[in-house]
Design a protein around this ligand. Structure first.
Ligand code: GAR
Length: 217
């Protein structure tokens, strides 16, 4: 039998993206095992969601570590012990160092609530509104050595409405996040994702294309 594809989800906050992954996994459509959920924040809703779903959790509080590298070493230890194939950052508000990147090369993905390369960083819904952009959206990408710069796996577009606040825009973007993150994880679990330079090639994804996702092959 094929070895199950094991993922860990790292989250700092409420964990709605984690929930969408749990929900998809429970329908049987996502061929993965969620081996571990880690948070740097003891109060994270994500930990509670994982516990309710019977998933192992770990809190590794960054405040207990003198440097980012020390913190990342603790993450790597836990992730290696859990034997994960993929590390999924889902609202994980810590910058990843080369310690993590070297331990999991091209095996760390992130979701960002804007259409990269526009609006990397924080408070990006407000930034998109203030800029006067007509569209924003979300991006799932591989994590590389810089912030929000890695190769793009999938994006979804969301219009910015005249009456939008950062909160209403964030909410509509989140709806799309909950759709595209499980999709990206499914492609990876099925071994359909390869890299050509910084271009991500998805094999045989015709059935997944719609007007909101990026056209793949
Ligand atoms: C999501 O919008 C995610 O894209 C964003 O944090 C939110 C987490 O929501 N991530 C970043 O901004 C990473 N820089 P959630 O906890 O409900 O999944």
């Amino acid at each position: 039998m094929k070895k199950p594809y094991r993922i860990a989800v790292l989250a700092s906050g409420g964990g709605t993206n984690l929930q969408s992954i749990i929900d998809q996994q429970q329908t049987g459509e996502l061929p993965i095992t969620i081996a571990l959920v880690i948070s740097n924040n003891p109060g994270a809703g994500a930990l509670e969601r994982a516990q309710q779903a019977g998933i192992s959790t770990l809190c590794i509080n960054h405040r207990d570590y003198p440097t980012r590298e020390n913190f990342d070493r603790a993450l790597v230890n836990a992730l290696q012990q859990a034997e994960v194939d993929l590390v999924v950052l889902a609202g994980f508000m810590r910058i990843i160092t080369p310690i993590m990147l070297t331990a999991f090369p091209q095996r760390i993905i992130n979701i960002h609530p804007a259409l990269l390369p526009s609006f990397p960083g924080l408070n990006v819904q407000q930034q998109a509104i203030d800029y006067g952009a007509r569209f924003s959206g979300c991006t799932v990408h591989f994590v590389d050595a810089d912030v929000d710069t890695g190769p793009i796996i999938i994006q979804a577009v969301v219009p910015i409405l005249a009456e939008d606040s950062a909160a209403t825009l964030a909410e509509r973007i989140l709806e799309q996040e909950h759709r595209i993150y499980p999709q990206a994880i499914q492609w990876l679990a099925e071994g359909r994702v390869t890299l050509d330079g910084r271009k991500v090639i998805i094999t045989d994804s015709r059935s997944c294309v719609n007007t909101l996702t990026n056209p793949t092959h």
